[in-house]
Design a protein around this ligand. Structure first.
Ligand SMILES: [Zn+2]
Length: 495
C-alpha cells in the first residue's frame, strides 16, 4: 500500500467484508448493517468507531513517499523520477505524462493529500509563488484571496521583500497589489535575517514534520463527505468522551454507543428497516411502542429501576428530551463512578429486554439493581491496582485468635495482564499451641472465583477439625470470620 494505489472498488469490497464480519454475518445469511461503513470510520470522538478507510490509508501511505521525494531531491529515486517525468518543474506541479508507470501514477494521485496538508514557511521567498501557493498564516486556505494582477501571475514572494539591511515587506507594493485583509496576513509572516531557503512544512504538526496518521485524516476529508451533526446539542464530543473514557467492559460501552445512535434492534428500529413483526409493543411492560428511549428510560420497568438508584439518571427530569440530550444533561451532573454505573444499568435494562423477548424470563427491578451493583463491585475488584503490599495490610488488620478458637485465613489474588493466579487457606489454632496446618493451591481463575473457592476450602477445613458450620455470630468455636468485602456483601455475612 505504500507503493501502489489499490483500486477504489477493491478497497470497497474489502471494507464490505469487514462490515459483514462486524455485524456478524456468516455465509449467505443476511444481517442488518445498522450503520454505514463511512460513519463507522469516523473517530470515536465524532460518534464513529475509528474503523480505517483502506483507500484513505492507501493515499496517506503514498503521500509519505511523495513527501520523501520532495525533501530528498538528491536521492537516486528522486533524480530518476524527475529526469523521466518532470525535468522542468517541481514535483508539486508534475503531471502524469505519457505512459506513466504504476508507481509514478500512484504517487501522483496522493499529491492532493500533500497539497491539502502542507504549506510554505517563507525563507528568502524565491521558490514561492504569490498566487497559487499556500504561504499565508490563514487557516484552511493559506492562499492569497486578492485576484491575481494581469501579467504578474508568476510573481514570487521574494519580489515583495526588501533585502537591504534587515529583510522587511515593501509596504507600498503590498498596498497596491493586495486587498487590506491580505496585507494584514502578509505582515504576520515573519522574515528571517539569515534568509534561508523556503521550506515546505506539514501543517498538522507543530514541528512541521509529516506523519501518516495526520495524512490519513487529511485523506479521509478528501475521500468522504462530512456527515451532519447527529444531535441538536453541540456537546456530542463531550458525550462520546464520557462514553469511551468510562472504565467499563467494551460491550457495555458499545451498548451505550448503539443506544445513543438509536441502532439497538428494538421493535421500532426493526420496523423502520422493514422487518415484519407481529406487534411493536414493549414486551417488558406490555405498554407503548418499544423504542430505545422506551426500554432505557420510559418503560415502567426502567422507571422502577432508576427510582431504586437515586442520584443517577432520573426518568422524570428532562423527560421530553431525546436520549443523547437526556444523557448529556444528566451525565454533566454525575461523577465518573456514577456515570459508569448508569451505563451498566442501561446495559442491564437492554439485557433484561432480551431475556424477556427470547427466554421469557423477567427479573424484578430490585434483582436487576442488585445484579448491577454486584457486577460493578466485581469489575472494580478485578481491575483496581493494588495500592499497598498485602503484608502491610494484613499486619494492620490481623489479630491472634482467642484461646479455644480456631482462625482460618483465606484469600485469592491474580496477576494483572495474565490469567494466572493463586490463593490459599491458612489455619491457626492457639488451643494446640502451634499452627495446625496450612496449604496453598495455585489456581487459574479471576480474583473473585479464587476467594470463593478458598472460602469453600475453609469451610471443609472447619468440618474436618470438628467445628460447627455456622458463619460468624454463633458460639466461639463456630465463628468463621470473613476478611473479604465482596463475599461479605454478597452473602450479608459479618466480616
Ligand atoms: Zn415497556
Amino acid at each position: 500500500m505504500s507503493c501502489f494505489l489499490l483500486p477504489k472498488n477493491f478497497c470497497s469490497d474489502l471494507e464490505q467484508l469487514m462490515a459483514k464480519f462486524w455485524w456478524g454475518q456468516h455465509g449467505d445469511r443476511r444481517k442488518i448493517h445498522w450503520m454505514r461503513w463511512g460513519k463507522l470510520g469516523l473517530p470515536k470522538s465524532e460518534g464513529g468507531l475509528g474503523f480505517i478507510s483502506l483507500y484513505a490509508f492507501n493515499l496517506a501511505m503514498l503521500a509519505k513517499q511523495g513527501w520523501r521525494l520532495l525533501h530528498n531531491p538528491d536521492s537516486l529515486i528522486s533524480k530518476l523520477l524527475k529526469a523521466r517525468y518532470f525535468p522542468h518543474s517541481s514535483l508539486l506541479d508534475a503531471v502524469p505524462g505519457s505512459k506513466p508507470s504504476f508507481v509514478w501514477s500512484s504517487i501522483l494521485s496522493a499529491m492532493k493529500v500533500i497539497t491539502r496538508g502542507s504549506r510554505w514557511r517563507v525563507g528568502n521567498g524565491s521558490d514561492i509563488k504569490v498566487w497559487g501557493d499556500r504561504w499565508l498564516p490563514r487557516p484552511t486556505s493559506f492562499e492569497v484571496v486578492t485576484p491575481p494582477v494581469v501579467g504578474l501571475e508568476e510573481l514570487k514572494v521574494n519580489s515583495l521583500i526588501c533585502e537591504a539591511g534587515q529583510p522587511q515587506w515593501i509596504m507600498p507594493l503590498l498596498t497596491s497589489l493586495f486587498l487590506p485583509l491580505d496585507v494584514d496576513e502578509i505582515l504576520r509572516v515573519p522574515l528571517s535575517l539569515r534568509s534561508p531557503p523556503d521550506c515546505l512544512i506539514w501543517h498538522f504538526d507543530r514541528k512541521g514534520k509529516f506523519s501518516v496518521k495526520s495524512a490519513y485524516r487529511v485523506a479521509l476529508t478528501l475521500s468522504t463527505d462530512p456527515d451532519p451533526p447527529s444531535s441538536s446539542i453541540s456537546g456530542m464530543a463531550q458525550l462520546w468522551k464520557w462514553v469511551w473514557n468510562a472504565k467499563l467492559p467494551e460491550k457495555i460501552k458499545l451498548c451505550t454507543w448503539r443506544g445513543i445512535h438509536d441502532i439497538l434492534p428494538t421493535c421500532c428500529a426493526l420496523s423502520k428497516r422493514r422487518v415484519s413483526l407481529p406487534h411493536l409493543g414493549c414486551c417488558v411492560c406490555g405498554g407503548a411502542k418499544e423504542s430505545t428511549l422506551h426500554i432505557l428510560r420510559n418503560c415502567l420497568f426502567a422507571q422502577a429501576v432508576w427510582h431504586l438508584l437515586p442520584g443517577l439518571l432520573s426518568s422524570d427530569r428532562h423527560a421530553d428530551l431525546p436520549l443523547p440530550d437526556w444523557l448529556l444533561v444528566s451525565w454533566s451532573e454525575l461523577n465518573s463512578n456514577a456515570l459508569a454505573l448508569s451505563m451498566v444499568v442501561m446495559w442491564a435494562l437492554w439485557s433484561n429486554r432480551n431475556d424477556v423477548t427470547w427466554r421469557s424470563t423477567q427479573r424484578q427491578p430490585h434483582d436487576l439493581v442488585q445484579f448491577v451493583l454486584q457486577y460493578m463491585e466485581e469489575f472494580r475488584c478485578a481491575n483496581d491496582q493494588p495500592t499497598g503490599s498485602h503484608a502491610s495490610l494484613g499486619a494492620s488488620c490481623w489479630s491472634w485468635p482467642h484461646s479455644g478458637t480456631i482462625k482460618i485465613n483465606f484469600d485469592g489474588a491474580f496477576r494483572t495482564g495474565s490469567t494466572g493466579g493463586g490463593g490459599g487457606v491458612g489455619v491457626l489454632g492457639l488451643s494446640l499451641g502451634t499452627k495446625m496446618g496450612d496449604f496453598w493451591q495455585p489456581l487459574r481463575s479471576v480474583c473473585y472465583l479464587l476467594v470463593l473457592r478458598n472460602m469453600l476450602s475453609a469451610w471443609r477445613l472447619m468440618r474436618l477439625y470438628g467445628f460447627g458450620g455456622r458463619w460468624g455470630g454463633g458460639g466461639r468455636r463456630s465463628g468463621l470470620r470473613l476478611t473479604c468485602s465482596i463475599i461479605s456483601r454478597m452473602f450479608s455475612l459479618p466480616r
